[in-house]
Design a binder for this molecule. Structure first.
Ligand SMILES: [Zn+2]
Length: 166
């Protein structure tokens, strides 16, 4: 049989007079919750206090979750921060250059990619490759691509001009 606490039960509690965890006798209950107790050591009557360190089952103390726990930015958010910073520095006088394979870009240059959006050249790897920081990721992009002009372009006009050369 489970031991139930009621009036006259003896329970451990923190005595505000003894300033110790002592044996107490319950003198008042409220809906199953111990309210007032008499300390069996000093005889003082006071509200019931749980022994320190014991979890309160009657008092719902909601621990506040610290929002600062996730303060350390991961590599991804760091990229985003830098990207935002660079974006903020963009002025109408220095607009982003449209990205093209045949284009030539310099370190720190803002480029506008048709798919990835706004990016910034964070590193010039060699004469044909650059590292570009986009909003979501850093990508290696091609530049100074020499043969881009000779690549077959599926331009609709090409069909019209494909008449028989006499
Ligand atoms: Zn006491």
């Amino acid at each position: 049989m489970k031991k139930e606490i009621g009036v006259t039960s003896e329970i451990d509690g923190y005595c505000t007079k003894c300033k110790l965890v002592t044996n107490h006798r319950v003198v008042a209950m409220d809906e199953g919750v111990v309210k007032r107790v008499v300390c069996l050591t000093c005889g003082g009557q006071h509200n019931f206090h749980l022994p320190p360190g014991q979890k309160a089952t009657t008092e719902k103390k909601v621990k506040r979750v610290k929002k600062e726990e996730r303060r350390v930015p991961g590599p991804e958010s760091q990229t985003l921060l830098q990207w935002q910073e660079l974006k903020d520095r963009l002025t109408p006088e220095t607009p982003a250059s449209p990205y093209a394979l045949s284009g030539s870009f310099v370190l720190g240059e803002a480029i506008d990619h048709h798919k990835f959006g706004l990016g910034f050249v964070t590193k010039v790897i060699d004469s044909k490759k650059i590292m570009v920081m986009f909003e979501k990721e850093i990508k290696t992009m091609v530049m100074n691509f020499p043969d881009v002009a000779s690549l077959p372009t599926p331009a609709p006009e090409a069909e019209y001009s494909a008449s028989n050369p006499a």
